[in-house]
Design a protein around this ligand. Sequence first.
Ligand SMILES: *Cc1c(COP(=O)(O)O)cnc(C)c1O
Length: 376
Amino acid sequence: MNDYRELPSPCYLIDESILQRNLAILQSVQHRTGARILLALKGFAMHRVFPLIAETLAGTTASSLNEAKLGREHFRGELHACAPAYSDADIDQLLPLIDHLVFNSISQWHRFRDRVAAFDGPAISVGLRINPEYSEVETSIYDPCCPGSRLGIRADQLPPQLDVDGFHFHTMCEQNADTLERTLDIVERKFADRIDALRWFNFGGGHHISRADYDVDRLCRIIESFRRRHDLQIYLEPGEAIALDAGVLVGSVLDIVAGDPAQVILDLSATAHMPDVLEMPYRPEIRHAGTAGSKPYAYRLGGNTCLAGDRIGDYSFDRPLQIGDRLAFEDMAHYTMVKNTTFNGVRLPAIALRRIEGDIEIVREFGYETYRDRLS
Ligand SMILES: *Cc1c(COP(=O)(O)O)cnc(C)c1O
């Protein structure tokens, strides 16, 4: 635990060598299949490491104007936009930045298609997000195919005449290639007469490609056979797979209150710093700690906000915790930094980077000003 003494607290510590390992896996998929892989900025947007990621990936996917600006400013390559809806002002500012634009509804497409076609600049390739009404995501807050979903166009909503370049679906979450295979089966049946007119197909994110048990060979076979049936460009746009296991969130013990189990307050917060812990919900791993009964010293860990449910989980350790001890939560690079809030005025974690050579650079620290300036 003393490894982290030198860092500010709390602090993300992102590991370039793990990013590199993940990127090598993604590169092999691009190489073997001709698919292009984009970084979904909504999951991981630490632009300090974009030059490293841009060596491998074909570009980025933005879900808002702000993300598109970031992608244009800090990443080279393709820039796709995909959002539930765009405003008039968004579209005017997006068009000079992007090369692919995905609409989530027929009404958005109809509203903006002439403006996109008339854009006085490099041509923009337009696509539609479809909803195949099939997913294997069990948590409904993460399921774009849940009944009444607002995400994507169902087959029965498509007009007979479609003049778009691409289709896009995003229906997966932390899943393996078998889920993609079953999903594509349904997509090809439901949208059979539409696919051959397209120039590209984006299979979205949720592909856990860099996970140890992910079946990369199967993914490659699926993409290759899809391309044999339909001659078009395939895109994947994972967020999580790029930054999987690429960083820890380090925090400190502020207080320990005896009890059963003993309660520990950290300078971290589930709701402000790792909201998926509450939304999924799940129990994040801590380096060198175990589940509640597996080691001699047990604690219930919680955050430093007023929220009664700001509870991180139950853990046990080989030795008693002490005030000031540093704890490292695993796999905290993705969907954390991009979601942080300053609820209760809690500190935003600093951002540090362990370079490939091993040295640690403190990239950014946040103070009172960041909190104040977002409030008026
Ligand atoms: C969230 C999202 C992604 C990235 O998903 P991951 O689970 O991080 O791979 C890609 N595309 C769209 C449209 C998304 O909403």
